[in-house]
Design a protein around this ligand. Structure first.
Ligand code: APR
Length: 250
């Protein structure tokens, strides 16, 4: 792994425009479980039954009780880990420009990154399904399920449920960022949910180098990605950034 840590630092030292695509794995060390694999949320509950817009429309009480209340508790407690801070440092070093995240936890912004495309929305906000007004999830009164807006409308998280479209602005901006970068870091994602999973392909087609950081191989490994640094995001990114800083100073 050390050889690949050095290689990633050397590649980043030469890079001008780095974009990161992140998934649930980058927030595991902040106490937020992934969706798939060991200990994954979808191992416990069926996403098509509890995370699909049709289920929410049909029975918001159950979706709030089974999924959203737990998500609120876990996300409220979560703080950025070494991996989030590593990406913030890469921005300070004028290497990283944009993060395309599939996560709805808001931890990249808390770590200090300024250009974060929230591809699947953000759980920090709730939106009223009647008057469309927004309020902070932390201010929503959960003693009444489903939580209600003052207009009487039901609150839903400002995230993208299965069965819903990606915000067109996020799609356009992500495609632009992917086609303009010279390195795409693909961190903590199983790269199976479209259209987010297509961003590394766009980057590759436009000549970028694809570097994965994940303790497990993904469908990109040995196909689209140039190499994978197999390890947990926090430890791995911190080591890469440390190596990069040594290179920059020398
Ligand atoms: N560091 C880095 N990667 C990790 C870590 C870690 N500490 N722990 C797990 N991983 C990796 C796993 O090996 C896996 O490849 O993170 C990935 C998590 O994959 P998923 O749980 O499928 O999460 P993600 O790819 O973000 O899912 C995409 O699916 O359910 C929907 O909308 C949801 O945004 C989500 C989308």
């Amino acid at each position: 792994m050390d050889k690949l840590i050095k290689k990633a630092a050397q590649d980043l030292a030469l890079a001008k425009n780095v974009v990161a695509l992140t998934g649930a794995g980058i927030s595991v060390e902040s106490g937020i479980p992934p969706f798939r694999g060991k200990g994954g949320l979808w191992e416990k509950i069926d996403p098509m039954e509890y995370a699909h817009i049709n289920s929410f429309m049909k029975d918001p009480v159950t979706v709030w009780n089974v999924l959203l209340k737990d998500m609120k508790e876990i996300i409220d407690k979560a703080v950025p880990n070494k991996a989030h801070k590593g990406l913030a440092r890469l921005e300070e070093l004028k290497k990283l420009t944009t993060i395309i995240t599939q996560n709805v936890d808001g931890l990249h912004q808390l770590a200090g990154n300024s250009d974060v495309i929230e591809f699947h929305g953000n759980f920090v906000w709730q939106r009223c399904m009647k008057c469309n007004s927004r309020c902070k999830t932390s201010e929503v009164d959960l003693s009444c399920i489903p939580p209600k807006c003052t207009c009487g409308g039901i609150y839903r998280p400002d995230c993208v449920f299965f069965g819903e479209m990606i915000d067109p602005d996020h799609l356009v901006r992500s495609r632009q960022a992917a086609s303009a970068c010279d390195i795409m870091l693909v961190i903590g994602t199983s790269v199976i949910v479209e259209p987010a999973a297509y961003m590394p392909v766009i980057a590759k087609e436009n000549g970028a180098k694809i570097i994965e950081i994940n303790p497990e191989k993904t469908p990109l490994t040995n196909s689209i990605s140039d190499y994978i640094v197999m390890g947990t995001a926090g430890h791995t990114l911190q080591n890469i950034v440390n190596q990069l800083e040594i290179l920059i100073e020398s």
